[in-house]
Design a protein around this ligand. Structure first.
Ligand code: SF4
Ligand code: SF4
Length: 380
């Protein structure tokens, strides 16, 4: 698992690499309000003492979106350096974690006995992992997708739990590693080999740290096996927002567009898409540290929409981009017959999102008859 690394030596080698290799070309800075505020990654490193807590805490203003790495002409990934700085801040005890109480409570609830449910049928080697935001905002469509997956993959199970990316992004490496490791041990012990992810954040976590479990995007599975039948639209033009967590996932980008086309929609691109996509504004939980930096990303995204309906495949992004022209999740197209005609859909908001997750768990418990099941034990 990648997070068993030595954070201190990793931090030093990444800092050195960026300090020695960055050519101060300003390509990354041109795209990013955080870097515009503080300078290029090299300038940030040159101006600060790496043991200084104020310096380490700067990293909490970075959205960890990775766009800097996608535009860097010398192949640097400054976002990874800022994540290392967050980890070092937690180790040094200087991280501003009090600002993140609300989102840490959200994650804690998501991994609690009350909200989790593991449901593995006989001989289950594949589980559907819908994540937190999708069941919260769209419980009926999450269930409909699971029912459809059961027709494609007999013996598929479902896991309602949180991947703990929030802790990973806040630099809480030990907690993140412990939680993920406990989940993996349980799944591997019971014969699970692959995880179908609906949330690009969970996909990123299982791809990076989930081995030997294999992570497959459910949108790729739907394209490979055929999406569910249903009405199609009349060639209306839409655009696709790729979540920044899927920046390095070209197969997922293609699958999302293929699913939109399968519903009769005509896809046109914004200036920033795929590898160069913008963050929705929620990346790195930066909205809890500096809402103006979060809003800067949100504005950049909205400025490129140009009044087209927007489709995405991250329920967190649909929440963040709610003030744009209609933003639909790809599941809205697949499982809401009215949405293609009206271009609108229902998306639950807090606190109903919590009730929705409990309702989904209740329905799965009531109607499934698993060979193996559990609620997650309390974190140590
Ligand atoms: S990861 Fe995103 S927010 Fe952070 S420095 Fe790079 S482009 Fe800016
Ligand atoms: S794009 Fe790369 S080389 Fe250019 S300033 Fe940013 S980190 Fe340095």
């Amino acid at each position: 698992m990648k997070n068993t690394h030595n954070p201190v030596s990793n931090k030093i080698s990444l800092f050195d690499e960026i300090h020695n290799t960055c050519i101060d070309c300003h390509e990354c800075q041109a795209e990013c309000a955080f870097l515009k505020r503080y300078g290029t990654p090299r300038a940030i490193l040159s101006a600060k003492d790496s043991s200084d807590s104020a310096f380490l805490n700067l990293a909490y203003e970075c959205s960890l979106c990775g766009l800097c790495g996608a535009v860097c002409p010398v192949g640097l990934r400054p976002g990874e350096m800022f994540l290392e700085m967050r980890r070092a801040a937690v180790l040094a005890g200087s991280a501003p974690l009090k600002s993140y109480k609300k989102i840490m409570a959200y994650e804690k609830r998501g991994t609690s006995k009350r909200y989790t449910w593991y449901c593995l049928p006989e001989n289950c080697d594949t589980v559907f992992f819908p994540g937190c935001a999708l069941p919260g905002t769209r419980p009926g469509k999450t269930l409909a997708l699971y029912q459809y997956l059961k027709t494609l993959i007999p013996g598929i199970g479902i896991v309602l739990d949180c991947c703990c990316k929030i802790s990973r992004d806040l630099g809480r490496t030990r907690h993140y590693a412990d939680m993920l490791s406990e989940m993996k041990s349980f799944l591997l012990k019971h014969g699970v080999k692959r995880i179908l992810t609906a949330c690009p954040n969970c996909h990123m976590i299982f791809t990076a740290d989930g081995a030997p479990l294999e992570a497959i995007s459910v949108y790729v599975t739907l394209i490979e096996n055929g999406p569910p039948p249903g009405p199609t639209a009349d060639g209306r033009t839409i655009t696709v927002h790729d979540p920044c967590t899927a920046r390095d996932e070209p197969v997922m980008h293609d699958a999302a567009r293929a699913l939109a086309r399968s519903k009769g929609l005509c896809v046109t691109e914004m200036a920033h898409f795929g590898e160069k996509t913008f963050c929705c504004g929620k990346g790195g939980a930066v909205q809890f540290r500096d809402p103006t930096l979060s809003a800067a990303w949100n504005d950049k995204r909205i400025n490129e929409v140009d009044d087209r309906p927007m489709i995405t495949y991250c329920a967190g992004c649909t929440q963040a981009l709610k003030n744009t022209p209609p933003v639909l999740h790809i599941l809205d197209l697949l499982f809401d017959p009215d949405c293609l005609a009206t271009g609108k859909t229902r998306q639950s908001k807090w606190p109903l999102t919590y009730l929705n997750r409990l309702w989904l768990k209740y329905l799965i418990k009531k109607h499934e008859n698993p060979a193996v099941f559990r609620e997650r034990p309390p974190a140590r």
